[in-house]
Design a protein. Structure first.
Length: 84
């Protein structure tokens, strides 16, 4: 168990630091885009300059899971996000 915990700390220092100091992983939308659901259907529009919270750090089909200020969740193309 101790080795597993050590491996987790070594593998995810950014995750641990974010949890420890309560930083929120924010990113700005740099191009007008949409939130997409897991079936790749377009959802609400997002204007360039919208600040979103990244919920996942691993891309899925070139997209990242984010939360918008109004609480909506969905995927945004990684190329449309700044602040990585």
């Amino acid at each position: 168990i101790a080795l597993g915990a050590l491996a987790a700390v070594a593998a995810a220092p950014g995750q641990i630091a974010c949890w420890r100091d309560r930083r929120v992983p924010l990113a700005a939308v740099i191009a007008d885009t949409h939130l997409y659901d897991s079936a790749s259907a377009a959802g609400p529009a997002l204007a360039a300059g919208t600040l979103v919270e990244r919920d996942a750090h691993q891309p899925w089909s070139g997209r990242l899971l984010v939360s918008t200020p109004d609480g909506a969740k969905g995927y945004v193309a990684a190329a449309d996000l700044g602040g990585e």
